[in-house]
Design a protein around this ligand. Structure first.
Ligand SMILES: Cc1ncc(COP(=O)(O)O)c(C=O)c1O
Length: 399
């Protein structure tokens, strides 16, 4: 992979983008150093700015809101549906105004939001529809892949996402080729990541891959990751992630759009090749976990949409609500608490909700869900998944 470091041509990126786009639909893709950069570029090309409003769910990552705020537009928060944990249709209808220029529809945990209805609404009001597929790669509705419904869609390939290139994002446009051309020209002229960060990403790949190996190596790797985290202030070599623009020190933030380096595009192409196997593992593990959880309907509340026959779901995580605080605490002991997603309406933030223009009560369902949510990984071996189920069973027998 190192041979790509000094390569100047963008052929590797082009091949990756074409291959990624072909998995979504008939449109085209552009790659970036993160999903938020893809979103920001898209909003800018749509000329969204001051005086405009962008509808976004109050159950998302702070960087999505930051991309909106950076354009000068105002984020307008809509709630999530309790059935899909994605954007709620009714809430969108209530929040559309004459200033609304775009609706960002989020599909959460691989579960499709009701994008067909939202598409009709956006079309009738002549509002841009953007799908946020950062945490939902490969799922389908009636055979059509998420990302191909909106005017455009964004993806993230950050290391916690379905496709993993450690850092990275993509923008997909189904049919507006004029806009695509302008974006493409801007993308090819965008900044390149520093060599320190690029080497840091490669180091990170090596360490993260090794944490999947034997337990002793895993323990050492965790220790190294801990040390690198402590050194994160010194150089992107130690902590190569692109941190949020608002919340971190001025030095470390990357607020300009950067391209995806070719070595990560190469890694992305490899991820696409092995995706069918990864998807099968995720589906198998999630099916078993959901089967187990369904045995206790009074204890575990599952999103109804997982049983929607029109949907093919590749889960990012298995997600459910547990209202019993004692049981919740016991389950949390099994997990790294920080690995539970969306325990607050806007996650990965150091500022207050109000700094993102979010007022308590804006999204009651999202706020309720974030109190009771548990989500479990599904990228486990079959044995690890069985062990996880057995541990959950033991907890249930105890409480
Ligand atoms: C729902 C959602 N959308 C978009 C993003 C942005 O992705 P990236 O971290 O690649 O900028 C994230 C990041 O976690 C996310 O959770």
């Amino acid at each position: 992979m190192l041979r790509f470091i000094f390569r100047r041509d963008s052929r590797v990126c082009l091949e990756y983008e074409q291959s990624f786009a072909s998995k979504i639909g008939k449109g085209k893709c552009l790659s970036f150093a993160s999903g938020r950069m893809a979103l920001y570029e898209l909003l800018s090309i749509y000329k969204i700015g001051r005086e405009d409003e962008v509808i976004v769910t109050g159950f998302t990552c702070s960087v999505v809101i930051e991309s909106i705020i950076k354009t000068g537009a105002r984020p307008v928060f809509v709630d999530i549906s309790i059935d899909t944990l994605g954007t709620c249709v009714e809430s969108v209808k209530q929040h559309i105004s004459s200033k609304t220029k775009a609706i960002i529809v989020q599909h959460s945990f691989g579960i499709p939001a009701d994008i067909l209805t939202l598409k009709d609404i956006a079309k009738s009001k002549r509002i841009k529809l953007i799908e946020d597929c950062a945490i939902a790669y490969g799922s389908k509705i009636l055979g059509k892949t998420l990302g191909a419904f909106g005017d455009a869609s964004i993806f993230s390939t950050d290391h916690s996402k379905p496709m993993n290139t450690i850092i990275g994002g993509l923008l997909y446009i189904e049919d507006n080729q004029d806009i695509f051309q302008v974006l493409e020209e801007r993308n090819r002229k965008a900044f390149k990541l520093s060599l320190a960060r690029r080497f840091g990403v490669i180091l990170r790949i090596c360490i993260e891959r090794m944490t999947y190996s034997g337990s002793l190596i895993r323990a050492y790797c965790r220790m190294i990751l801990g040390v690198l985290y402590r050194l994160r202030g010194f150089s992107p070599f130690f902590f190569p992630f692109i941190e949020s623009g608002f919340q971190n020190s001025f030095k470390r933030k990357i607020d300009k759009t950067h391209r995806l380096p070719p070595e990560l595009a190469y890694l992305g192409s490899m991820e696409i090749n092995i995706w069918p196997v990864k998807a099968e593992v995720r589906i198998r593990n999630a099916r078993k976990l959901y089967e187990f959880l369904s045995e206790y309907p009074s204890v575990f509340e599952l999103p109804k949409a997982i049983k929607n026959d029109n949907c093919y779901i590749v889960p990012l995580r298995v997600v459910f609500l547990v209202r019993d605080s004692n049981l919740r605490d016991r389950i949390m002991e099994l997990l790294d608490k920080n690995s539970i997603w969306f325990t607050s309406p806007i996650i990965s933030r150091k500022l207050q909700l109000i700094d993102y223009s979010y007022n308590n009560g804006d999204c009651p369902t999202a706020e309720m869900v974030s109190q009771y949510i548990i989500n479990l990984p599904v990228d486990l071996s079959e044995n690890e998944n069985v062990t996880l189920i057995n541990k959950l069973r033991n907890i249930l027998n105890d409480v």
